[in-house]
Design a protein around this ligand. Structure first.
Ligand SMILES: C[S@@+](CC[C@H](N)C(=O)[O-])C[C@H]1O[C@@H](n2cnc3c(N)ncnc32)[C@H](O)[C@@H]1O
Length: 271
């Protein structure tokens, strides 16, 4: 994705200083916008075990990098649900005829019940309030057939017994810096959310939250895109300052911020 190909509805994107962090990174040319990077995504996809028999739904595909990896597995159907109109339109330009991208919210997709056998969403629940998180997970449960798998890849507060005061302070500072309301959960918090909505958690993996660390950027984006991001940052002082601020903040949280992926199953007996 080029620096000119920002996936948001033309004319409605706020100035650099107030732009949501993920769209700022996208404007600079970054394509991987999730905390555990492509490696944790790869592990989640392996655990989801998507095959040509699957009907797949993805919540919040963003720039569609994971979508490409999933489509390479030739699922029977692929449907994305993206709330940003510009990003949804951009997805539609390259998706094959057998796949579609709806411009809708994951809370209310409009898709029929039991239409999916595998469903996943990355870096989209952490930015929702507790009520929105619950509504999205409930929607995932409704869309999946009994026995269907649900994968998530999100931010995770660590350790499990992190004092609430530390967690709240992290949320406050991240929300201010990223310009998106961040609501963090610990691993037991994520598990409880999925279980309270009826899922059985079957798999968990963690990765360091190194979204903006040079080594991770190189691994996620490759040399060409990394150079392009650097070039775009050199040309845009305001964006460069925001990236530095976000990276400094992530570093300052040290061992209290991680990436987590969970794969859960809708019980075979569930309606
Ligand atoms: C941080 S980006 C992650 C994009 C992509 N999943 C990735 O990992 O690279 C967050 C994405 O979630 C989308 N999003 C946020 N809330 C959403 C919701 N309630 N329903 C659908 N999409 C949502 C945003 O428009 C954006 O594309």
């Amino acid at each position: 994705m080029s620096a000119h190909a920002l996936p948001s509805t033309a004319g409605r994107m706020p100035a650099t200083a107030r732009m949501p962090g993920h769209w700022l990174l996208a404007r600079l040319g970054k394509c991987v916008l999730r905390p555990g990077g492509v490696e944790l995504t790869g592990r989640m996809l392996a655990a989801l075990n998507i095959t040509p028999q699957d009907d797949v739904v993805e919540f919040a595909p963003g720039l569609g990098l994971t979508a490409r990896a999933v489509l390479a597995r030739n699922p029977r159907t692929y449907t994305a649900v993206e709330q940003d109109a510009g990003a949804a339109e951009r997805m539609r330009r390259w998706l094959p005829a057998s796949a579609k991208c709806l411009n809708a919210t994951a809370e209310r997709t409009g898709l029929p019940s039991a239409c999916a056998s595998a469903l996943y969403g990355e870096a989209m629940l952490s930015m929702q309030t507790p009520e929105q998180k619950r509504r999205i997970v409930q929607e995932a449960f409704r869309l999946l057939r009994p026995g269907g798998r649900y994968g998530i890849h999100e931010l995770c507060a660590v350790p499990d017994d992190l004092p609430a005061s530390v967690l709240k302070e992290m949320e406050r500072r991240m929300s201010l810096s990223i310009h998106v309301g961040v609501r963090l959960l610990t691993s037991p918090g994520w598990r409880a959310l999925l279980e309270e909505c009826g899922f059985i958690v079957e798999w968990e993996a963690r990765a360091p939250m190194h979204l903006l660390e040079p080594r991770r950027v190189l691994r996620d984006e490759g040399l060409r895109r990394t150079l392009k991001i650097l070039f775009n940052m050199i040309r845009d002082g305001e964006a460069r300052a925001r990236v530095r601020e976000m990276r400094g903040l992530f570093r300052s949280f040290g061992d209290h911020l991680s990436a987590i992926s969970l794969v859960a199953r809708k019980p075979s007996a569930a309606a």
